[in-house]
Design a protein around this ligand. Structure first.
Ligand code: B12
Ligand code: SF4
Ligand code: SF4
Length: 362
C-alpha cells in the first residue's frame, strides 16, 4: 500500500515537474539480459575511446553492468523521460550545401543534463516527503548520464519504451526524441510492465545509417557512429569514415529521422518547453559562420549547450569535414585558412577537405 502510494506520488510529481513520461523499473540483474549484452559490447571494443564506459569495480566487474555497483541499496528505479522534439525538418530532408547539421537534441538554450536534473530532484523531494509522512527511511539518488547506469535498459523495464533496432528508447505515442533521467530508490516499488518491442520487420535505421554503425538489431559499434565521431572522438577522424559523415558537425539523427515511430503526422509531437525551442542559428547552421568563428565567440555561442562537449578544436575539425563533403567549392578559401592554422588536427582535416572538393572521386 505504502509502496503504491510512493509510486503514484513519484509519477504525479514527474508530470508536474515537466516530464512527459514516468515509470518504475525493478532492479533485478538476472531478469535483464541487456546487462550481459553490455559486457559483450565492451569486450568487443565497441566503446572506442569512451573509457568511462569501461570503468570497473575493485573486483574487476564492469560498473555499468549492475546498478548495485553505484548504490548497493538500490531496489527500484523511477525512470523519467522528457520530449525534446521540435517542429522542424529532419536531417535527411535538409541539404543546403552552405550548411551543416547539429543534432536535434542540441538546438536549445540548455544542456539536457541541466534541464533534467532539477526536475528529477523535484520528484525525489516528493518521494521523500511521502516517505517522511510514514516515518520511513529512504535512500534516493538522481542521475542524468551522470552515473554508471545503463539508462535505456531501465527505461525499457519501466515501460517508457522499447529499445529499437537503432538502440534508442521508442515510445509508441511519443517516438524516440526523449531524454532520460533515473532516480534510484532503496524501496521495492511496484514495477511497470516492460515495453513491448514494436520494430517488427522494419530495418529502416539499419539501412539508412551511412557508416553501417548498427551492426545488428540493437547493437551499435560506437567507433563507427557519427554521433561518437563528432562528439566524443578526439584528434583525427579515421579517413575512411569522413566522406560518409556528410554534413554532420555535431551528433547524428539519421537512424531516428527515418524511424516510422518518429513520423511527425502521427508520433513525435513538438515540445513546448522554452529551453528546447530550436535556436535559429543552430538549426542547419551556416558552415562558413562556424568555420570562421574564433574561440571566444565559440565559448559565448555555446555556453550552457551540449555542443561544448566537442570542444573548439573538435567542432572546427567537424566543420572542415562537412565543408569537404558539401561539394561547394566556395569553401576553398575558408579551408585554406584552416589548413594553415596552428591546430594541426584541424589543418589536416582541412587539407583532406580541400582535396575532396577538388577531386570528386574521393
Ligand atoms: C555512450 C552513449 C552514447 C554513445 C554510444 C551509444 C550506443 N548506442 O551505444 C554515442 C556517442 C554513439 C551516443 C549517441 C547518441 N546518444 Co547517447 N548515450 C550514451 C550513454 C552515456 C551510455 C549508453 C551506453 O551505455 N551505451 C552502451 C550500449 C551497449 O548500451 P545501450 O546503447 O544502452 O544499448 C543497449 C541496447 O542496445 C540493449 N539491446 C538492444 N537490443 C538488444 C537485443 C538483445 C538480444 C539484448 C540482449 C540487448 C539488446 O542492450 C544494450 C545494453 O547492453 C547514455 C546515457 C546512459 N547513462 O545510459 C546516452 C544516451 C543513451 N544517449 C542518448 C542520446 C539522445 C543519443 C543521441 C540521439 C545523440 C545524438 N543525436 O547524437 C545518439 C543516438 C545514437 C544511437 N543510435 O544510439 C539518450 C538516449 C535517449 C533515447 N531515447 O534512447 C541517453 C539515454 C542519454 C539521456 N540521458 O537521455 N550515445
Ligand atoms: S546516429 Fe547516425 S551514425 Fe550513429 S547509428 Fe544512427 S544513423 Fe548511424
Ligand atoms: S527504424 Fe524501424 S527498425 Fe529502426 S528503430 Fe525504428 S521501427 Fe525499429
Amino acid at each position: 500500500m505504502f509502496a503504491e502510494e510512493i509510486a503514484k506520488a513519484a509519477k504525479q510529481a514527474a508530470i508536474e515537474a515537466g516530464f512527459d513520461l514516468a515509470g518504475i523499473a525493478p532492479v533485478r540483474n538476472e531478469d535483464m539480459p541487456e546487462l550481459g549484452a553490455f559486457i559483450e559490447w565492451v569486450d568487443a571494443g565497441r566503446a572506442g575511446e569512451m573509457k568511462y564506459l569501461e570503468s570497473r569495480t575493485e573486483s574487476g566487474q564492469l560498473r555499468r553492468a549492475s546498478a548495485a555497483h553505484a548504490a548497493p541499496w538500490v531496489r527500484s528505479m523511477i525512470v523519467c523521460a522528457l520530449n525534446y522534439s521540435a517542429d522542424t525538418p529532419y536531417s535527411v530532408d535538409a541539404n543546403d550545401p552552405e550548411r551543416g547539421w547539429i543534432s536535434r537534441y542540441a538546438w536549445g538554450t540548455k544542456d539536457y543534463h541541466d534541464a533534467l536534473l532539477p526536475r528529477l530532484r523535484q520528484v525525489e523531494a516528493a518521494v521523500r516527503q511521502v516517505a517522511a509522512a510514514q516515518n520511513t527511511e529512504i535512500e534516493t539518488r538522481s542521475y542524468v548520464d551522470t552515473g554508471p547506469i545503463l539508462e535505456r535498459v531501465y527505461a525499457k523495464y519501466a515501460g517508457i519504451g522499447w529499445i529499437g533496432k537503432n538502440t534508442c528508447i521508442i515510445n509508441q505515442k511519443m517516438g524516440s526524441w526523449l531524454f532520460l533521467g533515473v532516480i534510484l530508490t532503496s524501496l521495492e516499488l511496484p514495477a511497470d510492465t516492460a515495453a513491448v518491442d514494436r520494430c517488427g520487420s522494419c530495418t529502416r535505421c539499419i539501412d539508412a545509417c551511412p557508416t553501417h554503425a548498427i551492426v545488428s538489431p540493437g547493437k551499435l559499434d560506437a567507433r563507427l557512429c557519427i554521433a561518437y565521431l563528432t562528439i566524443e572522438k578526439r584528434g583525427s577522424v579515421p579517413e575512411e569514415l569522413r566522406a560518409d559523415m556528410g554534413h554532420h558537425i555535431f551528433g547524428c539523427d539519421i537512424c531516428q529521422d527515418v524511424c516510422p515511430w518518429n513520423n511527425k503526422s502521427g508520433n513525435a509531437p513538438p515540445t513546448s518547453l522554452p529551453e528546447f525551442q530550436p535556436q535559429e542559428r543552430l538549426f542547419h547552421p551556416d558552415l562558413r559562420w562556424l568555420g570562421q568563428m574564433d574561440e571566444e565567440t565559440y565559448r559565448k555561442t555555446f555556453r550552457g549547450s551540449p555542443v561544448k562537449r566537442a570542444k573548439y578544436s573538435g567542432l572546427k575539425r567537424n566543420v572542415a569535414i562537412a565543408m569537404g563533403n558539401s561539394g561547394n567549392k566556395s569553401f576553398a578559401a575558408d579551408l585554406q585558412k584552416m589548413a594553415t592554422g596552428e591546430d594541426t588536427v584541424v589543418a589536416e582535416h582541412a587539407e583532406w577537405a580541400l582535396s575532396k572538393l577538388t577531386d570528386e572521386s574521393r
